[in-house]
Design a protein. Sequence first.
Lengths: 442, 320, 325
Amino acid sequence: MSTIMITLPSLSPTMTEGTIAEWKVKPGDEIESGQVIASIATDKSTVDYESLEEGFLREIILEAGGAGPVGKVIAVFTEEADEDYSADLEAALAEETAAEPEEEAQEESSDTTTASSAPKAPVSGGAVTATIVPVSAPPAEIPGVGSLSPSAQDIKVSPAARKLAEAKRINLAAVKPATTGDRIVLNDIETLPNGYGASEAQSGSGLVGYVNRASESLTDIPLTQMRQAIANRMVQASAGVPVIYLTTKIEMDRLMDLRAQINSMEGVRISINDFIVKACGLSLAKFPAMNGAFQGDKIVQFNDVDISVAVSIPDGLITPIVRSADSKGLASISKDVKSLVGKARSNSLSPEEYQGGSFTISNLGMFGAVDSFTAILNPPQSAILAVAGTQEELKLVNGEVKSAKVCKMTITCDHRVIDGALAAEFMNALKDYLETPAKLIV
Amino acid sequence: MKNIGKEKALQMLEQMIRVRRFEEGCLKSYQQKFITGFCHTYIGQEAVAVGAMAHLTPTDAYITSYRCHAQGLIGGLTSREVMAEMFGKITGCVRGKGGSMHVFSKKNNYLGGHGIVGGQIPIGLGAAFALKYEEKEGVALTFFGDGASMQGTFHESLNLASLWDVPVIFICENNQYGMGTANDRALANPQVSDFAAAYKMKGYEVDGMNLESSYKAFGEIIADCKKNSRPALVNVTTYRYQGHSVSDAGLYRTKDEVKCWKEKDPINSFYKSMEEQGWIDEEGYKALDKEMKAEVKDALEFAKESPWPPMDELTNHVYA
Amino acid sequence: MPITEFRQALNQALEEEMIRDEKVYIMGEEVAEYNGAYKVTKGLLDKFGEKRVRDTPITEAGFTGLGIGSAMMGLRPVVEYMSWNFSLVAIDQIISNAAKMYYMTGGQFSVPIVMRGASGAAAQVSCQHSHNLESFYAHIPGLIVMAPSTPYDAKGLLKAAIRNDNPVIFLENEMLYGDMGEVPEEEYLIEIGKGDIKREGTDVTICAHLRQVGFALEAAEILAKEGISAEVVDPRTIKPLDIDLIADSVRKTKRLVVAEEGHKFCGFGSEVSALIHEMCFDDLDHPVIRVSQGENPLPYAKNIEAASLPDVQDIVAAAKKSLYK
């Protein structure tokens, strides 16, 4: 006495489900082993299904035309003609239905896991929520131009040469691929002294003196994202870019007088820096070749004069941009700068407000003690102007000793883009604008 | 029947039923996806291997194609060992690495089931060569199908065997079809024993649907082979009831044809002969069948419950 | 140490192993009465008789399969292919049967068979008689592939091969059979999978096997005159490969040239190159250079045959290229 569940057979190696094409027996029939009881459509063909069981067919569960997965109960046999099989069938069907949702549930739960553990893809156009914004990153893309910034990473180096250069603390940016013309290989490195081309910081020798100190006398300050970005960009800017520096003294007396007059008007407050921004804008418009970037096999010239202004904030520094500084009036520039500085200090600049400038001004004039300095390029830009504090100086005018308020400004230029003569002309123009400030208004 | 004797007859009947129930268990398990990959059954051909292997001694060797479950069982592997292999379990006769086509047993000199048609024929020859080299009194039964008999290895092996007097018996299990191609569409001469003359060895035609004649013929052939250290070629006429493999829908032959062959069923006819001798009755037969079914059921349970091969088995036995 | 001919070294190995183990026997075309197409088996029929030194008909699949079957039963056959080109008609036996047997029998039946013979190009034997099959056979798990370049290595490796329980593909080269080299009188074996530094150097590693080893040594001489110190590494067995030996050398020299007689695509050199790039990427001063045969069947005419085959000058040029010279 027993009940036999006939399940949908797997009739080909790849069959996972099938359809009953036809039942060739009916309930009540006595079935012999080997007897064809149905024809079943598989993924390959329709085949006769010979029973491997013997007994009495009591009930067809999956009617002709019905489909199901391999293993699904399709009929019930019993050994004797009149056995009760209802309980067995119920149990088998219950097991079948229990198995299905379980699988679904598993899938669902695994979906949930995926969703919670995997980071969501950023929504395009959505706000970047990082609270610490990177230092004026180069624009991700400049229309019509590939990525900018040639750097040490672009120099081809054989793995062995790279390894040896690391061991010898050689700055690869300073090595010429003399052997092959396009790839630095062992031969190029082997002949160089240890530390070749490396600055102190890069070579790591600056740390040597500290290494042996007791650890309690040192404090590790983890790098913030911004500090890391600054570090990376400054290394990028200083490694492998040939630069020239030009310094000029600018008499600020007339500009300061003009500024005093303007600011005496109700509700107006223009800073010295606003004048410098405007002067740089006009000078760049006059010498557009200053307003470009070196890009491997070409120089890209920016058609807009967008001046990045370095702003010191507690985490580091950021360079928001005054757009079209050449064509804006002083009042408008002043308004822009105030708004940008405010946003910079509250970490609420949006990327387009600090990405994509064409020239940078770094002004330390508020620190009176600084009477001159040089700035590091803000890649991929080709020039940055360092503005020091204004000092009272004595000068000879037609044999008479007079005092003048003098500000030293130093420009750092990427020599691949800007030659000395061009930079000098630019500085002349800048000096002229600042010393004849009426030109900034008219 | 008298020459066989009751005891041997009962033993062979049991072997034939075991093979058939085992293969049915394989088919059922295949349909339930416990067995996957390829699966070729021996149903219908039982009298061939049972009749031939009944005469083997422990020294003798044997080898066959991918239709290899029966020889394993007849030669002494347990249903559990073979079924667990079908299921790909570590308890299988080759540790789950071979599956349906690669049943082997070194302790029984079973040089196994081989997957390339005709590829095993020279290996069987080599086994017999080794027996002779070591001056052992033994033969190697080399089973293959009619489909393999037109492979180069078949003819190369016959030539070498005859040339070097190797005691190998080439057994063509001529089940009428090489997969779906009827042998008269593939063999210029489907009477494969005719090739024996070409290689100057003895050729035999044997009725593989009848255990009595199969047993008798192989008794004589094996004895002659051992005595004279000469090879022989045997064409055994037989029929597989099932498709070439489980995925064969069998559209190349008629139902009438299959029915016609089933009427000559080797198990049924041998049982009838035994019944005439009074060696068994219906009750005894049913009891034996039940015993075999239970054995297969146990093997299936064993296979289901056995563990999968552990991961280190993957790279184990690549090199000796 | 006695100076011995390459074929004689192989002959000694066969004889010594046949004396040592009764289960070792030899078969192949022309190995017995003819004394071997290349005389490697010379005199063995007289010493061991027909039972153990057997001429076969020209039926490679048949006698290879026979050898495999006898090996499964415990014998240790040494099958000679007059040339490895003829093994292609037996490749199903070698790959489906010999290589897979131990694995697919769950470790029950090992197949201790050695298959040996001349491989690669000889002199103007054209398209069908010049196959280099290293990469074919080395691709298959279960096979050991040996490719000795000197009489010493040939003897030590063949003896090790015969004693090994796995199927061994033993590749020789017709052009090497007459080479002379030191072979000690006392017995020795060479560990399978252990390569050999044939010449030490510091600037570039040249990995070569079989006939290319000689070419590599000649190339090293020429390079030395130009101030380049080349190290010649002979893996001796292709599979298992002594990649550590090659890698250690590359870590020292920073450059690798792999010279092989076979074709480049999917060739042995490609495999060594990939492994070295995986293992020694940071040590390389130049991508690995493969010196190999042209991507064409090997022709008969002397001039274009020579143009297709790698030679000393090709190795010299590759070595210099790796040094950017």
